[in-house]
Design a protein around this ligand. Structure first.
Ligand code: DGL
Length: 266
């Protein structure tokens, strides 16, 4: 089992923020990644559809010698975890609980904000997870559907992005949040732009980093840590790899020479 890989899936390229965090924290682990680029975005789709897509992604990854499965997509994590855990015996984790747990430790006032896709925020998953901690008194949840496109466009410092962020975060600031959960794979790339608007008094919680810590914890608990010296990454997508490879560098911090296109259900 220790020689197995960490299987990570996302609706597209965004889950590479989770791959990056896992590579940084656990360099000896090998990762197999599936990005459902043919069917992205998940954020605007119904829970039933997202659950079906998640199960198909899981089935594909489980065929690749996976010892732990990570739903890196916040939208998928918010609705699919029960179905995924029923589907397989390997440990399954999403990004919601680790993000909520990190926010519960960061907050001082107990007023926590969360931003995400329409699907993630409508599911109520972050709100429920955050409220399960005593330190969290109120949760202010805000769908921010325009941000995925702005990040994929590379407009991380663009003035339009600044305006959109000001519009979205206005109500959160007004409600007095002291912690903001970045509840979408793409938002860690907006940390700098968000800090410029929110200042130093609001802590940004990056679910990707908290998820990597949770992965390490599960590997330790199950004595599943890799015994090799260095891990490899393997990338699969469901549409032609070109656009994925173009954008991937921004998310992963380096180029990906080999990306394989697959058709789920094959
Ligand atoms: N990966 C998705 C998430 O974290 C964002 C992109 C999409 O809507 O599919 O929610």
């Amino acid at each position: 089992m220790n020689s197995g890989k960490i299987g990570i899936f996302d609706s597209g390229v965004g889950g590479l923020t989770v791959v990056r965090a896992i590579n940084d924290l656990l360099p000896n682990e090998s990762v197999v990644y599936f990005g459902d680029t043919a069917r992205v975005p998940y954020g605007s789709k119904s829970p039933e559809t997202v659950i079906r897509f998640s199960l198909e992604a899981a089935e594909f990854l489980l065929g690749k010698d996976v010892k732990l499965l990570v739903a890196a997509c916040n939208t998928a994590s918010s609705v699919s975890l029960p179905a995924l855990s029923e589907f397989t015996d390997v440990p399954v984790i999403g990004v919601i609980e680790p993000g909520a747990s990190a926010a519960s430790e960061a907050t001082r006032s107990g007023i926590v904000g969360v931003i995400g896709t329409l699907g993630t925020i409508s599911s109520g998953a972050y709100q429920k997870a955050l409220k399960s901690f005593d330190s969290v008194r109120r949760v202010i949840a805000q769908p921010t559907p325009l941000l995925v496109s702005l990040v994929e466009e590379g407009w991380l410092d663009h003035r339009i992005t600044g305006l959109v962020l000001e519009e979205y975060t206005g109500p959160l600031i007004h409600e007095g949040i002291d912690t903001l959960v970045l509840g979408c794979t793409h938002y860690p790339l907006l940390k700098k732009a968000l800090s410029n608007i929110l200042g130093d008094d609001i802590t940004l919680v990056d679910s990707a980093e908290s998820t990597a810590s949770k992965v390490a914890e599960i590997l330790d608990d199950g004595e599943l840590r890799s015994t090799t010296d260095s891990g490899e990454n393997y990338f699969y997508v469901s549409d032609i790899p070109l656009k994925f490879q173009e954008i991937a560098q921004r998310f992963l911090g380096r180029t990906i020479p080999l990306v394989t296109q697959v058709e789920l259900g094959d």
